[in-house]
Design a protein around this ligand. Sequence first.
Ligand code: PMP
Length: 367
Amino acid sequence: MTTKPAPKPYILGIHAYVPGKSTASDGRALVKLSANENPLGTSSAALAALESSRGEAASYPDPDSKALRAAIAQLHGLDPARIVCGTGSDELLNLAAQGFAGAGDEVLFSAHSFAVYDIAARRCGADPVEAPDCDHTADVDALLAAVSERTKVVFLANPNNPTGTWIAPEEVMRLHAGLPTDVLLVIDEAYGEYVDPAHQRLGFELAARHDNVLVTRTFSKIYGLAAERIGWATGAPGLIDVLNRIRGPFNVTTSGQKAALAALGDQDFVVASRTHNTVERARFVAAIEALGNHGLVAVPSEANFVLVEFNGELAAETALGAIAEAGYAVRHLPGQGLPNALRITIGKSADMDNVIACLRSLCGESA
Ligand code: PMP
């Protein structure tokens, strides 16, 4: 009998991440409102930088993303020595778990939060622990109650994916204040730039003041660079040092570094993207509220998507099929405990009109 390599048992406990779809079951291409990408695309400055980096493909990228870190630091008033870049923020979330948790430890997060936290915990052999949420929102008391002597890392997505909900600075501070100082709090701000600018700095301030706070951000969402896979994190030197020891040595491509640098310089594009999102999200939420008598509920969102619950006769799965018929991919997440809901990315105005018309017609209302 031949033997074969045996995977670690905890790796087999992982359900691989399921990405948002872009095709119907019959293979037809759909407009993607399933991955929270920027419907305005990418800043033209970033596209030009991508183009200009073509000639550099034969050389390794800057291993330390120096120019990019300096530009991030300048824009946000941070210390570049307290920043590390990653292959998407995904890499950094995984490294945070790997660097601080392992077998016998617990990694804590809210129910209905980002699917990668469970994977990140299991990848390093730690036990994922979910605290109940409240009205689809992280519940600070429930999180604190779930902290045990084994808890090493707490993930908080703020705003949260897939619910879009956000907790106010006082609540984040209360969470941090209630955690033992040897527990790492990772504040995942992948959608941070969509929040009212008046509330965007708390994570950075906590990360600057405390040794146990790491904030992650990404260029995949408002900056429209998801394909390039660029994320970054800021925190105390001791935290950044750990991530630097275990990250990929050339983890951000040259094109990615250059595109992100150019994207940072085009804040008009960021403002336009946020404004588009705020306006279209409000219009979409109002349209869902108008269907409230059919059991549709829009979960309050501070992100670039809205979770719509289907609590009446119209089932989420039926709506998913009809929306796909109309040409759109949205996200159904039964595997994440949300069988009665669809997560719908805020797209271009005309696309939102079509999704609204489809939902109205399913409810028997005139388009
Ligand atoms: N955090 C959250 C909450 C997300 O929704 C996502 C993307 N789906 C990420 C992190 C990771 O994004 P990226 O790796 O593209 O930076």
